[in-house]
Each structure stands twice: as structure tokens, then as C-alpha cells.
Design a protein around this ligand. Structure first.
Ligand SMILES: [Zn+2]
Ligand SMILES: [Zn+2]
Length: 327
């Protein structure tokens, strides 16, 4: 399913199966999660994607063919492909263990063809071996919602009272890890989204309520997953002195002007960008130990436009996942 131009629906197109280059693997796609970043790319909110483009960066695939010099996986191995598709290894960020900020990074489903397809290519050093005991559709959302959610949770520090703004794919995983770590989760949803609030409580949230009101007590940190700039002053207002507000999305509407008082008191406002391979490895170890359960809404690959529309309108419980070869 191909994006030919921003703001156009994806189109079903037949392309030849690609051949893996050096240190690449050809994967048969078993499942691919649908991330909000895909919507930002499709909507033209992120600059300069390759076009035509296959979206999708939460890919669970089976190695079909290995390219020259690719020896890490055997054909038949099941691997995960995340957003971080390739880094240079030589820039000052890569050398400092901050490859998420690599000056030359290429991202899956943005600079590299992604997983809304039956086959895709990946650089083997950026693939993850996946633990057994997780089905393909349940593993897919871990690869971005899980990894970047986890990075945002680490950035929130040791906060006990943790606010999550937007209770979608990432928050539903982070909430479970946070609870496992003994934190208390305060889940904020769109006003009136009773189903979303009930879902958050099902997953162990201490409190769930609308994002336009205050939480019942001060928070120590908050993570904003919803792409809504107005949530930044709201979250700063909700956190105590010394609290941290983490913006976890790649795109957000403009942040409204706000009084300096909201930041005063050593409150910290920061973003997290992308992921490192170390984040992914850490999360894949932690998720089974924490008993993380992925809630998924599967769609046949050919209904990718419907999955994107449902994500846009907030009609996905947990994570939407595309599955090729189903109707
Ligand atoms: Zn680099
Ligand atoms: Zn993503």
C-alpha cells in the first residue's frame, strides 16, 4: 500500500520483490503496526519523505533472503524492524551512544521503504530478534509504541505519580510497565472519551479523566503522546515543582504562549526523539518480565486507509496492526 503524495489515500500497487543489498535482509512481512507518525507522514506534516513511499515501522517479518555480508540471521528467523532503520555510526551523536540523534539517520517507512507491504528490506544490524511466546500481531506495536514509550518513561525519571496524555498504543504499554515499577498512572483522554478512560482503568491506571481538567492530585511527571500543543501548558500546570513533562511525539500542533510561572519551580520540559537500539533491547527484556499485554485491532493490509482513518478519529483500542494475506 503506497503513499504517492501527501494527503492522498494509500494505493494498492504491485511492485517487484526487492533484492537485499549488502548487510540487508529481505523479510516477508507477517504484521506491521500503524503508528501516529505514519499519519503525520501521510498528512504531509513531516518534511521530505521518499515518494512513492511504503509507510510502516513496526514490522514483524520472517527472513526470506540474506544479502551479501548479512550473517546475523538465518532464513526463517523472526525479527522486528523499528523506526530507526540505519545510522552512520561515525557522527558525534553515534559515537556518544546517542544514535537516536544521528545526523544521517534513515528512518523506516520515511527514508526507507516500510512494512505496509508483503515484503520489505531491512539492515540486519537494526533488526531485533523477537522473543517467542508473542504472536506477530501482538509483537508489532512493541517496536515503536513500546520502544519510544519506554524511552519517554525513562526520561520521566523516577516519578511515582505519572500522567499520560493520550491513551493510545504507546500509553497502553507504558501504563503497564509503570504499574509494574510501582508508579501510579493518571491517564488523560479526549474529553468525553469514556471508553478510553475505562480502557486505561482496565490496564491499571490509578485515575483516568479528561485532558481539559486537572488531575485529582499533583503529578511528578507527565508524558504527552497526543500531538496537541495545548497539552504542554496543561501538563506543566499538573506537575509539581521539579516535575518533568516529556513530549513523546514526532510532531505537535503549536504550543500556545504561556506564563513563565508554569515552568518556574525547576519544572523541566523536554522531548524524546526516535530510539536507540539499546532502548529496544531493554524494552524487549522488560516487557515480558512486566507481563505487558498488547491490545491490538488487526486490519487486512489492503484496508490500511481504514486503519489510518480509525487512528485519526480515535477509534482504535490499543494499537492498530496490518496483516498481509488476509481479507
Ligand atoms: Zn550518526
Ligand atoms: Zn512510530
Amino acid at each position: 500500500m503506497v503513499l504517492e503524495a501527501p494527503r492522498q489515500p494509500l494505493r494498492e500497487v504491485a511492485w517487484p520483490i526487492p533484492e537485499p543489498g549488502s548487510e540487508q535482509v529481505l523479510l516477508r512481512v507477517e504484521a506491521c503496526g500503524v503508528c501516529r507518525t505514519d499519519l503525520h507522514v501521510a498528512d504531509g506534516e513531516l518534511a521530505d519523505p521518499i515518494l512513492p513511499l511504503v509507510l510502516g515501522h513496526e514490522i514483524v517479518g520472517t527472513v526470506a533472503v540474506t544479502g551479501e555480508g548479512a550473517a546475523r540471521f538465518q532464513p526463517g528467523a523472526r525479527v522486528g524492524v523499528p523506526w530507526l532503520g540505519w545510522t552512520c555510526g561515525g557522527c558525534r551523536y553515534c559515537r556518544a551512544g546517542r544514535e537516536n540523534l544521528c545526523s544521517h539517520a534513515r528512518f523506516t517507512g520515511y527514508h526507507l521503504q516500510g512494512g505496509y507491504a508483503e515484503y520489505t528490506l531491512a539492515h540486519e544490524q537494526f533488526c531485533f530478534p523477537l522473543p517467542d511466546g508473542l504472536s506477530d500481531i501482538h509483537a508489532a506495536p512493541l517496536l515503536c509504541a513500546g520502544f519510544i514509550g519506554y524511552r519517554a518513561l525513562v526520561a520521566a525519571g523516577d516519578a511515582v505519580r505519572l500522567g499520560l496524555y493520550g491513551f493510545g498504543a504507546a500509553a497502553h504499554l507504558v501504563a503497564q510497565v509503570a504499574r509494574h515499577e510501582g508508579r501510579r498512572v493518571f491517564a488523560f483522554t479526549r474529553p468525553g472519551d469514556d471508553a478510553g478512560q475505562a480502557f486505561a482503568r482496565d490496564l491499571g491506571a490509578w485515575w483516568a479523566g479528561p485532558s481539559d481538567g486537572p488531575p485529582p492530585e499533583e503529578l511528578d511527571a507527565a508524558i504527552i503522546f497526543a500531538p496537541v500543543g495545548a497539552l504542554v501548558p496543561a501538563a506543566l500546570r499538573a506537575v509539581a515543582r521539579g516535575g518533568v513533562v516529556v513530549c513523546a511525539g514526532i510532531h505537535m500542533s503549536d504550543i500556545p504562549a504561556m506564563p513563565y510561572d508554569l515552568l518556574w519551580g525547576e519544572r523541566v520540559l523536554r522531548s524524546v526523539a526516535n530510539l536507540t537500539r539499546r532502548d529496544g533491547e531493554a524494552f524487549l527484556q522488560l516487557a515480558p518480565a512486566a507481563g505487558v499485554r498488547t491490545e491490538v485491532q488487526p486490519y487486512p493490509l489492503l484496508r490500511a486507509n481504514e486503519a489510518l482513518a480509525d487512528l485519526r478519529s480515535g477509534n482504535v483500542r490499543g494499537a492498530a496492526v496490518l496483516v498481509p494475506g488476509t481479507a
